[in-house]
Design a protein around this ligand. Structure first.
Ligand SMILES: [Zn+2]
Ligand SMILES: [Zn+2]
Length: 367
């Protein structure tokens, strides 16, 4: 079939909205009619080459839609199911899965992250040219063939655009708060960077019962949104932001600081915003060639930890299910995170809005 999709042809972009050929789903695969897809910095990292990708490819890794056709041997979903797409499906049987660290499983994501589906081939082409998949789910397209293991069946009451964001930014942020920050009642935390992931850390910390949640962002316009999602304080990121966080935490520093941007300079400096015995959680992802130096004596004497937090920091499929339930229970206001909706033809607008740093999440809506 012919589809409309956002293609990145070469590093640096721009992305183009093209008509492509999409083959039918093969064994274990399904055809999803996409309804909504988020726009995430990880997509932008592929555009800039900060994270090298296999090109040309169809970008997008936060999406939800309806299953409209099945390949052979599909047992986990049915035609008509509403699904959120998950870019880290797990095998449930390897070393990591047996230890509950499904997000570290590489058995299933290996071929997916090599730019193909699970059998090592692509369903996408443009004339005679093969086009790569991205993250196994390539959600910036009006239809896409995906492996059934990437599908989380949704409660029909969850809006597609909410489910799309739960599929990456929200799971990443809330997972960092619960599983790596171990945030609990009474904690005082700071969240550096109020983008899609940072705002989701804020929602997660609020769900976990943190007493003080200090949002830090260079853009004063983010204050209202950060407070609406659960922050108790907002600090503009400038030379005095760390001092401001200390003042708000009894002069000690935060129990947990979340760096939600992936900026080595910020990661390095914000260890000073962590109280002795506290934790710096790195949830924003930097470039694959970048390094962050830390003062080791400060880490040792201060008994501080630095932790990386990847995606949902647990079983992603389970996290999507749990967070959709939390949304329906009114405990996770994901819809307030959405600041803009665009058509796929205006994907560049969505990327620009994200890079401007003044918005919440922009969602591409299809059909
Ligand atoms: Zn993402
Ligand atoms: Zn596994």
């Amino acid at each position: 079939m012919k589809i409309t999709a956002v293609v990145l042809n070469s590093v640096g972009g721009p992305v183009s909205v093209d008509t492509l050929d999409l083959d039918e789903p093969r064994a274990g695969e399904v055809l999803v009619k996409m309804a909504a897809s988020g726009v995430c910095h990880s997509d932008q990292h592929v555009v800039t080459g900060r994270h090298p990708g296999d090109l040309p490819c169809v970008l997008g890794h936060e999406g939800a839609g309806e299953v409209v056709a099945l390949g052979p041997d599909v047992t986990q979903v049915q035609v008509g199911d509403r699904v959120a797409l998950n870019w880290i499906p797990s095998c449930k049987a390897c070393f990591y899965c047996e230890r509950g660290q499904h997000h570290l499983c590489r058995e299933v994501v290996g071929p997916l992250w090599a730019g193909f589906l699970l059998d090592g081939t692509s369903r996408l082409s443009r004339g005679n040219q093969m086009i790569h998949h991205y993250s196994g789910i390539s959600t910036w397209a009006d239809h896409m063939v995906v492996p059934q293991v990437c599908c989380s069946v949704l409660d029909p009451a969850v809006p597609f655009e909410v489910a799309a964001l739960i599929g990456c930014a929200v799971s990443t942020g809330v997972g960092a708060a619960f599983h790596q920050g171990n945030v609990g009642p009474g904690d005082r935390v700071a969240v550096v960077g109020a983008g899609g992931v940072g705002l989701s850390v804020i929602m997660g910390a609020a769900m976990a019962g943190a007493e003080r949640i200090i949002a830090v962002d260079r853009e004063p316009a983010k204050r209202g949104l950060a407070l609406a999602l659960g922050a108790t304080n907002f600090v503009v990121s400038d030379g005095s932001a760390i001092e401001a966080v200390r003042e708000l935490t009894g002069g000690r520093g935060a129990d947990v600081v979340f760096e939600a941007i992936g900026n080595p300079g910020l990661q390095q400096s914000w260890i000073d915003g962590v109280r002795p015995g506290g934790v710096l959680v790195l949830v924003g992802i930097g470039g694959t060639a970048e390094t962050t130096p830390f003062n080791c004596a400060e880490l040792t004497r201060g008994h501080k930890s630095v932790k990386g937090s990847y995606f949902a920091a647990t079983d992603a499929g389970q996290a999507i299910e749990d967070l959709c339930a939390a949304y329906l229970a009114g405990r996770l206001p994901v819809d307030r995170l959405i600041s803009k909706r665009v058509r796929v033809d205006d994907v560049q607008q969505a990327l620009d809005a994200m890079l401007s740093g003044t918005e919440g999440r922009t969602v591409i809506v299809y059909h």
